[in-house]
Design a protein around this ligand. Sequence first.
Ligand code: MN
Ligand code: MN
Ligand code: ZN
Length: 291
Amino acid sequence: MNMNIQNAYKGSLIGFHVSIQGSIDLSVERAYRLGCTAFQIFTTNPRGWRPRILNDLEVERFIEKRIEKGFKIVFSHMPYLPNLASPKIDVYSRSVETLLNEVSRCIRLRIPFTVVHLGSHLGEGYRNGVRRIVDALNLASSLCKGRVKILLENTAGSPNSIGSRFEHIKDIIDGVRNSGDIGFCFDTCHGWAAGYDIKTVSGVNETVEEIDENIGVEKVYLIHLNDSVGGLGSHIDRHEHIGLGSIGVDGFKNFLKSCLGERPLIMETPVDERRSDLDNMRVVKKIISEL
Ligand code: MN
Ligand code: MN
Ligand code: ZN
């Protein structure tokens, strides 16, 4: 991959998770209309097991429209049902299959990154959960061949879930055979809910340092920029519009001042009447212009 996104100028790669409803190529137009310079999609139904079959025509259209609109970068997000840490053999094998299908669809669509959730060991032990995730990533990695990077996303930290601590991400990356295929996606809402202070200057510094020590800041390929309904350490995974939650405008100012503010920023903010996507975009751009 020859994309130098590590040092992308702050806010130059910014966008939303957009819908693929109707046909996958329509996501490109949706992102374009919102003023995005990067965007994220599900490549299949996020709440089902059965993969959506992509036809060649929509794949072609997606690739063409993306070039036409000048999107250098697109992210995919894995469906929600898979649990790559599950001790239940049937759930686990379907989860691994879903991951492999996702990587294959990304290759077809020329999407260079896919975001995955790490799942829950369901009380059967952290170590066993990590081993199952590592096995799944090793299988997927043999498909990636430098064309797709798998980004592990941090979680808000519900009981038995893996991925709320940077140490978890470290254990997984240390375990995989080809760590070059694996990166990290930091979700601000999840990090805050898991107890990482990203609101105060000292908290941001400590959090960035902890990411660097455990994972390496160069492995952060994406920021999910979401405000949070729940408070610091609440373990509540509920996203809020930028500035309207408990992180707040001043919190995002401090966060975006850090080196993580240079990464692509994707919002997964709510869809409701209180605030439009366009207005969330305006708020973030205003914050960045005032850094
Ligand atoms: Mn996610
Ligand atoms: Mn997220
Ligand atoms: Zn979330």
